[in-house]
Design a binder for this molecule. Structure first.
Ligand code: SAH
Length: 469
């Protein structure tokens, strides 16, 4: 049996207990806490305990549970395990709890030894209930007090009439399904209903008015696809905008590229279709014109397509090309800016991008070589002392970039930094000069994505507290 803190997370599900046999061992307040949760779920509760606290006594008298009286033995429990959906162990004898937990596990019956996650195969979350709406909070048994705190906070923000709204939506569900067979159509109507007056009408119990509003939306419903070009920021999910988050929750399909990591994709609606479209060196991905065509094709089919890009879509993100295609095809689109790598990396590395003393301007350039391997940049305007130069995609050409800047007039010991995987837990920052940086980066095996920052601002670097939450 497991004793150390568990390394994987618990898997949350909602379990049907209607008419299911549930065994509760123990007759005190701890058992009563669990029984109170089990009763509304319709469980048939069998409670084994020598004595009962007054609340449980009352429940036994009322026929809410069946009390099996007497000292609890392993044999009693073993006999009752077949056909049992769940077992709660709530005796005040930890040794007994542990041996009974083992017994249940041997018989493959899910068991919760209260306040003892190490000996449990399931745990009960802190729960906020508003009619059909249940919000469960779990810390995986690590910190029940914290879970209860969070639940209290959630309780505060759940609107008072939420149960009425859930009731309304539940009742309208089947009729709506008949009128709109396609799930994505139905979702669109519900979202408009909730965004408009429908939600508050239903929550305040004005069912007829809410019904009229729903019908109005149904009659006016025509399916229209859209494309949302959204910047996902440089990596840390804390840097997503609220607008990005909302669209990630609403999209039918998400086309994302390799700068958008799993931490960010975690925030996409669970049943949205996720499509990886690149771009990564040496990895087969969709060419840009196919991405454009895919956006158009899906939007025409009525999908709400999220084109999720690292950083900001309009900074070296080819967002411009995508919206040109969409405009030509007559597809409606929205653009949500994101925090670009320059902003994110500079902030998390503690390097200001401008500074009154030394940098009156900041230039973003791409260090991506052309197909023939050359860099075609206006070196005279880049190699200036009074500005900061931020180079995107500059890793591969770093030696050439640094050498050219010295050739065009910057000092050989001009400050330069490179930020690898900025804003993520793997962020690394190297600082040096135009002469040393290429070697430092090679020696440290810096890999993409990495951002180069050149200028005296690097000397003003300060180390911030870790960002994010
Ligand atoms: N639209 C993006 C840039 C895309 S170009 C933006 O606004 O940030 C891709 C380049 O961005 C990478 O080669 C790298 O130079 C830079 N980049 C993106 N994310 C980064 C990160 N987390 N850390 C360092 N550089 C990053």
């Amino acid at each position: 049996m497991q004793t150390s803190p568990q390394k994987t997370s618990w898997f949350p599900i909602m379990l049907r207990l209607d008419e299911a046999r549930v065994l509760v061992i123990g007759g005190g307040n701890v058992a009563a806490n669990k029984v109170r949760l089990l009763v509304p779920a319709g469980a048939r509760i069998e409670l084994l305990a020598p004595t009962l606290c007054p609340e449980l006594r009352q429940m036994a008298d009322d026929g809410v549970l069946t009390h099996v009286q007497g000292l609890v033995s392993e044999e009693d429990v073993r006999l009752r395990l077949p056909g049992c959906r769940l077992v709660y162990l709530a005796t005040n004898d930890p040794t007994l709890n542990r041996s009974l937990a083992e017994l249940c596990q041997q018989h493959n019956v899910p068991v919760c030894s209260v306040d003892d996650p190490a000996n449990s195969s399931f745990i009960t979350p802190a729960l906020s209930t508003r009619g059909a709406v249940q919000v469960a909070v779990s810390t995986g048994g690590a910190a029940p007090v914290l879970a209860r705190r969070l639940r209290a906070k959630i309780e505060e923000i759940l609107p008072a009439g939420l149960h009425l709204l859930a009731d309304f939506m539940q009742k309208a569900r089947l009729p709506l399904r008949e009128r709109l067979p396609d799930p994505s159509d139905r979702r669109q109507v519900w979202e408009r209903f909730l965004d408009g007056s429908g939600g508050s009408l239903a929550m305040s119990g004005q069912t007829e008015a809410a019904d009229r509003e729903l019908n109005r939306l149904l009659e006016g419903h025509t399916r229209q696809g859209e494309v949302w070009l959204v910047g996902a920021g440089p990596g840390d999910p804390n840097l997503l905008t609220l607008a990005a988050l909302r669209l990630m929750q609403d999209a039918d399909t998400v086309l994302y590229d390799n700068l958008v990591g799993p931490d960010i994709l975690n925030y996409v609606r669970r049943d949205a279709e996720l499509i990886f479209v690149g771009k990564q060196r040496n990895r087969h991905t969709l060419p840009q014109d196919e991405i454009n065509a895919e956006l158009v094709r899906r939007a025409r089919a009525g999908e709400r397509v999220l084109r999720l890009k690292g950083g900001d879509p309009f900074i070296f993100g080819r967002g411009g090309e995508e919206i040109e295609t969409l405009t030509e095809a007559g597809i409606p689109f929205r653009i949500i800016p994101g925090i670009s790598a320059a902003n994110g990396c500079a902030a998390y590395a503690g390097i200001p991008l401008t500074h009154r003393d030394c940098a009156q301007a900041c230039l973003f350039i791409t260090g991506h070589a052309r197909a023939d391997g050359t860099l075609d940049l206006a070196w005279e305007t880049i190699a200036l002392r009074s500005q900061t130069v931020v180079i995107y995609m500059g890793l591969a050409m770093l030696p050439l970039l640094c050498a050219q800047l010295v050739t065009h007039g910057l000092p050989a010991d001009w400050p330069a930094a490179i930020v690898e995987r900025g804003t993520t837990p793997q962020q690394r920052v190297l600082t040096g000069t135009l002469t040393t940086l290429p070697e430092q980066a090679a020696a440290a095996h810096v890999s993409s994505p990495a951002l180069v920052i050149i200028g005296e601002v690097v000397r003003h670097r300060v180390l911030p507290l870790p960002s994010g939450s």
